[in-house]
Design a protein around this ligand. Sequence first.
Ligand code: ADP
Ligand code: ZN
Ligand code: ZN
Length: 760
Amino acid sequence: MNRYGIVYLSRANRSFDRAWTYRIPPELQDTALPGSIVAVPFGKRKKPIHAFLTELTNTLPKHVKDSDVKPIASVLSSRPQVTEEQIILAFELKRRCYCTIGEALNTMIPPAVLAVGDREELAARLADPEEAIELLDAGRLRSMKQIRVIELLLEHESASLSEIRQATGSSQSVLRTLRQRGVLTFFKKASPRELEAWSEDKFISEIPTPKQDQQAALDSIARATEKAEKGTLLEFLLFGVTGSGKTEVYLRAAENVLSRGKTVLILVPEIALTPQMMQRLVTRFGHRAAILHSRLTPTVRYETWQRILTGSVPIVVGARSAVFAPLRNLGLIVVDEEQESSYKSETMLRYYACDVARMRAILNGAVLVMGSATPQVATFWRTETGKSTLLRMPHRITHQGLPNVEIVDMRREYAKGNVTLFSEPLRIALQEMLDRREQAILLLNRRGYSRTVICPACGWQMRCSRCDIPLATHRNPFRSNRLPRHMVCHLCDLLTPVPEKCPVCGHEELMAAGAGTQQVEDALSALFPEARLLRMDQDSTRGRFSHREILETFERREADILVGTQMIAKGHDFPNVTLSAVLSADQLLGTGEFRSSEQAFQLMTQAAGRSGRGLKKGRVMIQTMQPDHFVVRTAAKQDYETFYREEIVFRKRMGYLPFGHTAEAMFKSFDDLEAEKAARVFYQHVLALIRRYGGSFVSTEVSEPAPAPIAKIRHRYRFRVMVSDPSLETLSRLVFHAADSMKRSDNVSFTIDIDSWSSL
Ligand code: ADP
Ligand code: ZN
Ligand code: ZN
């Protein structure tokens, strides 16, 4: 019989985030188990608060007297809801993500599961999303919590009240106030069946016999599954062009692992964008597979989770947060499209699902397979340093070749006096495509509003003198084409004045390149009034029209041209698309992030893969002022490895990932002085620590507090400090320590993001 239990509070700030010992009263002996969610009396609080019971013990910490130990008030979960592994992961995450154990566990476990006790499933949605956006933009809301609730619902359409409360940290009364103001409506959520659109017997297709490359990959993975053991990492990079049969390899490897009595976790970037893969999974595995996606109702999510927890579902597929699915005895983890930014969480707990997948692979002795046609440079590097094994699949299954890619030199267009978004070759190609009643896809930067300064005569692009990345601005998204006076570096915050003329060729009219999707849509309808247009980006999809609906509309050929950001470039097969174009490679290259080359390469190759998927031959065009840029050249030839060789040298020289890490500490407040002051205090703490511990921080770099590239969002001012170091360990210890020694202020909210994917 264990007399005591160690608990971690569900909601506590970092100074209270430690092991607290409680007595286990006799009547709770059977139910208070490691992994239980419990309520404990704490401090002067009137009501017991939620906590996670992580461990049972018979001994007390030295300084604690038995008479001081209070009993656990109650056990809230009928059986343990947190697995032993999740507890370990929580500690691991705390080392990497500046969070508390409670926050980590709250992120891993769906609110529906945590909301034990109150099983009422009330949900909320915005009464009118358009009005809500206006309300936000007007800046009349002064409560951060109200703003967060609205932002959450703009993103997810609807969510249960418990989910909203958890995700935003707001109370029931915030939600009630918003309802009284007519912003929210409450409703009871109906629970549709989980596998809604993917029926099980629609396509009982034949399972193909693996081709040679596939078999070789499968053999390596199978050998690894046999020798895998806890504590070591066996990682593969399945590097195969689109259509080379990677998914088939995942599915076969999964079957193999299941037949050995182990479980399988498959991560995909976004369920909505991978309907074909879902269909194949359901066909292959039926009810042995559970799909975790954001549109599950709380009830269904709760039930699915319980089925996984009790071991009745051995294979789980899902997006980012599914990496925490409580599968036991994992034998295989697959991360499909490992280069996708959606694996990085940019809210609350800023974890990176690929890191978590690695931790889980080690803890379980599971084999990890990362798959991609255009891997991250940092991932490919692992295969060169022995941390991962490269499996190549360079051929498409069908002998359909890759389309030719034409590079259009926009400097020539400019010299001819064409300053529009469309080059003459592209305009002609679009007209021909329309005449033939085929379809086209036009691609823009994933953030269709960043601008980069470029010389239209020679293609020179303005770069940060310190960081050697193109400078970008994000001000004034869709409006004028006027040149900004200064450009800011997204990495080091250095402000650089825009020169009067091109430093290379002396040309006197530099340009701000970069149009938004909206602007492209307008220009297109002016050019081709008869064409039917569809637009897909963050803005078009946050209202009523979902990604899937837009894609399906296009698939039904109810539109001729689809304009969008990178989300239209992947996954879907549109057999009638015979033209795809990247409007401005310069804009892709000038997003102001050190990953821009990598992401530009990915997007251009994906664009190339989108055209001519059917029987008709396809064309691909890349418009650019820098036709000789190595990224443009290699992407046009779909030559990843040449691209990689050049990019890795740059990364090494500059100390960027995988050779170095960056922490971004962001301070936000309605009061700009407060935000700046907090950033300064943090900065001073960091400097003081570096002075005190000198030796270990010789390579650390700290930038002075500065306004973030987007200095103000929805009336909140944003100041930040960037810290970088070759060692992740050193870096996180330093910034976490500095942050922990700061006094909290109610007026300033603050986050730390390590190796962030978007430095805005
Ligand atoms: P990827 O995931 O690399 O894009 P897929 O696994 O989706 O590739 O395969 C592309 C297409 O080829 C799919 O339609 C798939 O059913 C088919 N396919 C895959 N492997 C084989 C095979 N060994 N024999 C025949 N067809 C195959
Ligand atoms: Zn020039
Ligand atoms: Zn810089």
